[in-house]
Design a protein around this ligand. Structure first.
Ligand SMILES: [Zn+2]
Ligand SMILES: [Zn+2]
Length: 667
């Protein structure tokens, strides 16, 4: 982001004075009713450039591009060489579909030495709209050379190829976008459709299955899959072959023995693996006993045989060797050899997420199976340390520094013990999904994370009353963690205040609208600033066209096409805590953490957007600039990585993110 810095310097030196009402604009920005920028504007007269940038920044956020444009022009009246204002004005003209004016503003940069991917990117976008196809690719390629991380460039190149009916290249670029940023799940649908246009039904089917895995309710995907399976002979043959292979693979697979941690003191917890499914199939690596709801022995189970649980006239039964065992309430599968493991077929991991997949999955521990609402629940009974073996690797990349893995193990152990009542009403403690913690059994386990669990055995964080503290954590805070009371509306929790995630903080929070825009678009010096891999979690841009935006929002609320998205309230460390979405069929407000899900599962709520509208007043393109990945409360995992690499140990790391606690070994 050298370019942004360069621009910032230009105007900072051009006008250093700060108007008296600067603070009140910031207050206004973080107030509860950020719905009327005009109200502020009416009482407003200043020649301060930063104040104008602040105001224009708010207008952009409300989709009032015309107004934002007026403000940028005012800035250029004060200082015609203000590069940042030229750049912003070019974008605003683009959003207003005044492409010639937009090009003029971009041309300002031709005679300057300010070169950056963004200038070329927007230049390409403008030319694409003008259908000056021959120049578009050159601009986008230059943008890519200057910064290859920007996934939004791949999408624009894909759009270019799609417009020119080069579907193969369009598919290639959509795939590049997904490879670089897997949260772009809606692109799978675009790829599926393009393959269909190319009459490549096998690949089209493959992508419809991906769409279906991520969202089993997607109507278009379900229709396509059913149609293809019924009508494409080649596909039918392939699927038969695949199912035959899967069956053979299952027959020869032996769930491996895993050395169990033998200790009577370690609590056994109940993890919901399957909730309200129609049937369950499993195979144990060792012999087992089936016991009834009172724990009474019913039947001996044989190792390496497939057992099924189904329904028959409203009763649940277990079937094996063509025999059926009906059961009243629940049964327990108890291993005889405590080191043996059990494989459950076709477990759906990560529904709704980009990493969604269905996979046979092997678990340690015993099991409980019971009927609920004419469906079946499957619960894993496992000691907490072995549960953590299966959880920690899903929470943190296993190749990270040992001290980072240990901090994660302590946080996860404390979190687990603190949140054991999450699913009490449903008859278990925690589920195996993102809702509680992703748990993939031994299929997820890793030697290094198992060691981190062992080396911190039993260690937890408690407050002065001996209660487990809330050790929330998320992947990347973006440079500042959030106050739990701000972003979830909880009452204040002493241990979970927002902290600057670095050594020296040069930013004054709450940031004014323009500086907040800078914050989400630059790379401030923080522990969680990427150290090479996957920079996309620290700072990112998420792009949606009209169809994708409408699809995501309407999954939650049917309000049709989207006219406006407005910020309503922002927390002091930048996370949006309330938004208003104005659709053709209604207006809805959304609060707190669900905001990022509603806006297409974007990575965080620390965001700022710009959008354009079509001639009917509906949003046709939106660019969301974001910082971080996750809710931002508590420990920042990428920050943990950064701290560990700077030589901090796991205790120092925990003390940086959580406040007022004691570290204690329970067993
Ligand atoms: Zn849960
Ligand atoms: Zn961080």
């Amino acid at each position: 982001m050298i370019f942004l810095k360069a621009l910032l310097v230009i105007f900072l030196f051009s006008n250093m004075c700060i108007a008296d009402d600067f603070i009140s604009l910031t207050d206004f920005y973080y107030s509860k009713n950020l719905n009327n920028p005009e109200k502020y504007y009416k009482n407003y007269s200043t020649d301060n450039i930063i104040d104008y940038f602040n105001l224009a920044s708010i207008y952009k956020e409300f989709g009032k591009n015309e107004k934002a444009g007026e403000i940028y022009k005012k800035i250029l009246e004060i200082n015609p060489k203000e590069a940042r204002a030229h750049f912003e004005l070019a974008k605003v003209y683009y959003f207003l579909k005044k492409y010639e004016e937009a090009e003029k503003e971009i041309n300002f940069f031709l005679n300057t030495n300010i070169i950056n991917w963004e200038v070329y990117f927007w230049w390409g976008c403008i030319l694409l709209k003008e259908k000056k196809y021959n120049d578009v690719l050159e601009k986008f390629n230059t943008a890519l050379k200057l910064d290859t991380r920007k996934v939004v460039i791949y999408i624009k190149i894909a759009q270019l190829y799609e417009q020119r009916e080069n579907f193969e290249e369009a598919v290639n670029y959509y795939k590049k976008a997904i490879a670089a940023d897997k949260t772009y799940t809606e692109l799978n649908k675009k790829i599926a459709r393009l393959y269909e246009k190319m009459k490549d039904y096998i690949n089209s089917y493959k992508y419809w299955v991906i769409v279906n895995n991520i969202d089993p309710k997607d109507i278009e995907a379900n229709e396509k899959i059913n149609y293809y399976v019924a009508n494409i002979a080649e596909l039918k043959a392939k699927l038969d072959e695949y199912n035959k292979e899967l069956k053979q693979k299952r027959e020869i697979f032996i769930p491996p023995d895993k050395k169990t941690i033998a200790s009577g003191e370690i609590p056994i917890i109940k993890i919901g693996l399957l909730k309200e499914v129609d049937s369950i199939s499993f195979k144990c690596g060792g012999d087992f006993e089936i016991r009834d709801e009172k724990g009474k022995f019913v039947l001996k189970g044989e190792k390496l045989k497939e057992y099924n649980i189904d329904f028959d006239s409203n009763r649940v039964f277990l079937s094996f060797n063509n025999e059926k065992l009906y059961f009243k309430d629940r049964i327990f599968i108890m291993r005889q050899n405590k080191d043996s493991t059990t494989t459950i077929y076709n477990i759906h991991h990560g529904e709704g997420f980009y990493w969604s997949e269905k996979k046979d999955t092997t678990y340690r521990g015993d099991f409980m199976i019971y009927a609920v609402n004419k469906k079946i629940n499957l619960i894993n009974l496992i000691n907490i340390e072995e549960y953590l073996y299966g959880v920690v690797p899903s929470e943190i990349p296993t190749q990270w520094h040992k001290e980072a893995l240990k901090a994660q193990a302590v946080a996860a152990r404390t979190y687990t013990l603190r949140h054991l009542d999450q699913h009490r009403k449903e008859g278990f403690d925690l589920c195996a999904t993102q809702h509680c913690a992703v748990y993939k059994g031994i299929y997820g386990e890793n030697k290094k994370t198992n060691e981190a669990v062992d080396e911190t055995a039993g260690e937890v964080l408690v407050d002065k009353n001996g209660e487990f503290i809330d050790t929330f954590y998320s992947h990347c805070c973006g440079g500042h963690t959030q106050d739990v009371s701000d972003v979830w509306g909880f009452k204040r929790i002493q241990s979970l205040k927002g902290v600057f995630d670095g050594e020296r903080n040069k930013w004054e929070f709450p940031l004014s609208p323009f500086y907040f825009e800078e914050w989400v678009r630059s790379l401030p010096d923080a522990y969680c600033r990427a150290t090479g891999d996957n920079e996309i979690s620290f700072r990112w841009i998420r792009y949606f066209d009209a169809e994708s935006l409408e699809m995501y929002i309407n999954k939650k609320e049917t309000i049709g096409k989207i006219k406006d998205i407005e910020p309503v309230k922002r927390a002091k460390y930048g996370a949006l805590t309330e938004i208003r979405v104005i659709g053709e069929k209604g207006i809805r407000n959304f609060k707190f953490d669900p905001i990022r899900n509603i806006l297409g599962k974007i990575r965080s709520n620390v965001i700022k957007w710009e959008y354009s509208k079509d001639e009917k007043g509906f949003i046709d393109e939106i660019f969301i600039y974001g910082a971080g990945w996750g809710h931002g409360v508590g420990m920042c995992q990428r920050g943990v990585k950064g701290m560990a690499e700077k030589g901090k140990n796991y205790k120092e790391i925990l003390f940086h993110y959580y406040l007022y606690f004691y570290l204690l070994a329970l067993f």
